[in-house]
Each structure stands twice: as C-alpha cells, then as structure tokens.
Design a protein around this ligand. Structure first.
Ligand SMILES: *[C@@H]1O[C@H](CO)[C@@H](O)[C@H](O)[C@H]1NC(C)=O
Ligand SMILES: *[C@@H]1O[C@H](CO)[C@@H](O)[C@H](O)[C@H]1NC(C)=O
Ligand SMILES: *[C@@H]1O[C@H](CO)[C@@H](O)[C@H](O)[C@H]1NC(C)=O
Ligand SMILES: *[C@@H]1O[C@H](CO)[C@@H](O)[C@H](O)[C@H]1NC(C)=O
Length: 364
C-alpha cells in the first residue's frame, strides 16, 4: 500500500520517472517455465535476466525482465551447428560467461547423436553412448549479449576423452576449465570432475599429465543406485559451477551428483580450502548433498544449478531443474528458481526444493 501511495505521489509531482514493475504479483510458483527444460544457466546483465538451457539442437538465448516467469520471454538463436561436425548433435548444458568484455558460450556436443560406431563402443568397460561428447566454445563479440556477434571459436582440449558440462572457473586471476571426465578414454563410468588450466577462454594450456581429478563419486549418495557397491556404473559428478560467497570470498564449486534421470540426482559441494585449484588436496568435499529431493512436495531429481541475484542485488537465487514425476526420467525435468542464504561457516544454505508460492526476488 505504501508503495502504491508513493508511486501515485511521484506520478503526480512528476519529480522522477517511475518505471512500473514488470509483474506486480508478489509471489510466484515453480516451475518458472512450463516447458520441459534442463541444465538452466541464468545471468543478470544491465537490468535484464538472460537464460539458456539444453535443447539438444542449438543454443537459444532468452531474455526476461523477471527471474520468475520465462513463459513469454524473448528468444534469440545464437548458435546452430552445421551438419557433419564433431559438435553437430546433442548440444548440452550451454553456459554464457562474460570474460574480458566479450561473451563465451561453453557447451557440450557430440558428432552423431550419442551413437558411436560399434568398433569404438566395444572398447568401453560399460555401455558408453557419450564416448564422443566433447567441450566447445562459441564467442560473442560485443558488450551486450543480445546484440553480440556469435561465432564458433574452438574445441576445448580434453585429450580426446569424454568431457561434458564444462564451466569456467577463476581464481587469483587464473582461468581454469572444470568438467565431467572419465579416468581413461573408454571407462564409461564413473564420471568425475577434472580441472585443467586455460590460457584464454578457448585454449587449454595444461598437457594431459597436468590434468587433475578433484572429485569422484565416493559417497553412497553419489552412486547409482544409491549406495551401489559392485561397480561405478551410472555414478556421476557433473554440472560444476563456481559460487563465491560475496562477504567472505570463500570459493565453492557446486556440482551435481548421482544420475540425472532419476530422483536421487542432487547438488554437492567442493570448497577450495587451499590456494591452488590444480592441487586436489586443496579441495574439500562436503560429506552430504547440499540440495536434494523433497518427497513431501514431489520435488525430485534436483540439480544442475546456476546462480544469480535479485534485481536489487540483495538476495542470492539458485536456478535449477527438477522433476515432479521421477518415473518419467529426463523428460520430466523443468526449470525452477528459489532464494538461498549463507550458513554461519560461509557455505551456501540452500532451501528445500518445492513449488511455492514464494516471494518474488527483492526489487522485482
Ligand atoms: C506474474 O508472474 C506470475 C508468476 O510468475 C505469473 O503466473 C503471471 O502470469 C504473471 N503476470 C503477468 C501479468 O505477467
Ligand atoms: C532450436 O532448437 C529448438 C529445440 O529443438 C527448436 O524448437 C527451435 O526451433 C530451434 N531454433 C531454430 C532457430 O532453429
Ligand atoms: C572428431 O572427433 C574424433 C573422435 O574424437 C577425432 O579423432 C577427430 O580428430 C575430430 N575431428 C576434428 C575435426 O576435430
Ligand atoms: C574479498 O575480495 C575482495 C576483492 O579482492 C577484497 O576487496 C575483500 O577485502 C575481500 N574480503 C575478504 C573478507 O577477504
């Protein structure tokens, strides 16, 4: 009410230009997009929210004034791969980063719809349809992501081995690639987290001997099915994202663990407790998942998150995918958003996943 009176007063006196909020509702419900969607990547730039997510075929950028409703967002195709390339099919988990004043889409793709020839597939320890998935970069020149000129730039060197869900990680001015990897070319499983050094956003500088594995699925909740003791089939660490506590500067990598097509998919946490991201001993893994299914609200398989803030910058928000019906696998995934806080020890304090209604982000 107070806000309305103030608005009226300002309009009458004309002292300053009042901009109506894009959506005057004070609450929202999940999902924030009705359509099926996975691996959301969201960022805020110059008063707009931008999102991209996995659609398998191309990279489409969405723009919205609000974080909590993407059903009528503007969209723009920023990259459609030509046929016959190693990055023509199964484009997954695109992320868009602003580095050195240009834009970089880092994404996963494969040459032939995850159907390797039998004489490649036969080498794998387990069934390995994704054996040819690799990481690629598209560059957008320009300061405005909506107007940038986008072009294919390069493949990121992962030593001709499986690589998915790569992200950029920065520390003390250094740039790194963190991605989901196998130990060897034909393992099939487990999917671990690897780190390598970068010379720029499209060039890896580490030789294979320098590649480090900073996380493997070791706890019961990272294995699939839960606690599997016999082998590592389906056990995954993937979807890594850097998250820095703005007050303490503590640096975390929040990643997804277990398996993306069922209810146990969850978020896990690594903290950089030393000063060298290339030293596995400088990372500490939290022994329990930090964001996981909430059966009482039918929120299952929650993972693959990205992070942003409220329009006024005062709140932290997580954008992730989850399932209402966990028996429907990958096709049950939809995109959701919720506010999160920080624990006393400086680590992120994520909410229980659910559908709301929740208060809209502060300043919306
Ligand atoms: C406002 O946002 C809510 C929740 O996201 C949505 O259901 C509603 O349609 C929106 N209203 C308008 C006018 O955009
Ligand atoms: C991009 O891919 C999506 C998902 O398949 C499709 O719906 C959309 O039409 C494509 N966009 C263009 C411009 O081809
Ligand atoms: C495409 O991928 C195959 C298998 O990983 C690799 O041997 C080949 O060199 C790649 N082609 C190009 C043009 O990079
Ligand atoms: C966090 O990093 C910024 C930028 O380097 C620095 O100004 C600030 O003092 C740091 N804060 C803490 C608590 O270390």
């Amino acid at each position: 009410m107070l806000k309305l009176l103030l608005t009226a007063a300002l309009a009458v006196t004309g002292l300053c230009q009042y901009q109506a909020p894009a959506n005057s509702s004070t609450t929202f419900n999940n999902p924030v997009l009705e359509a099926v969607g996975a691996d959301p990547w969201v960022f805020r730039h110059n008063g707009h929210y931008y999102m991209t997510y996995t659609n398998n075929e191309n990279i489409t950028l969405y723009r919205s004034d609000v974080l909590t409703d993407w059903n009528n967002a503007e969209s723009k195709l920023i990259f459609k791969p030509p046929l016959g390339m190693n990055y023509s099919t199964d484009l997954w988990a695109p992320e868009i980063h602003n580095i050195n004043d240009n834009w970089y889409v880092i994404f996963t793709a494969d040459p032939r719809n995850d159907a390797p020839p039998p004489e490649v597939e036969m080498w794998c320890e387990y069934n390995c349809p994704a054996v040819h998935h690799r990481m690629f970069v598209v560059e957008g020149i320009g300061s405005d992501p909506w107007e940038a000129q986008w072009e294919y730039k390069a493949e990121l060197d992962t030593y001709d081995q499986f690589a998915i869900d790569g992200t950029y990680f920065t520390h003390n001015g250094g740039l790194y690639h963190i991605y989901s990897c196998w130990y060897r070319q034909y393992d099939g499983w487990p999917a671990n987290l690897c780190i390598t050094k970068m010379e720029n956003p499209w060039t890896i500088s580490s030789p294979f001997s320098e590649r480090q594995i900073i996380s493997v699925p070791e706890y019961t909740w990272e294995k699939t099915p839960f606690g599997r003791a016999s082998n590592d089939r389906l056990s995954s660490n993937e979807g890594p994202q850097q998250l820095t506590n703005p007050k303490t500067n503590q640096t975390f990598v929040i990643f997804s663990a277990a398996r993306s097509d069922n209810r146990n998919y969850c978020l896990a946490q690594l903290e950089l407790v030393g000063d060298d991201p290339m030293n596995p001993g400088d990372w500490r893994k939290h022994p329990y998942p930090v964001f996981y299914q909430n059966p009482s609200e039918h929120a299952y398989g929650v993972g693959h998150a990205s992070f942003t803030t409220s329009p006024d910058g005062s709140e932290n928000w997580i954008v992730y995918h989850g399932m209402q019906d966990p028996t429907d696998g990958w096709y049950a995934r939809t995109i959701r958003a919720q506010k999160f806080e920080w624990n006393d020890d400086g680590s992120p304090k994520f909410p229980k996943p659910g559908y709301g209604p929740y208060s809209v982000p502060s300043g919306q």
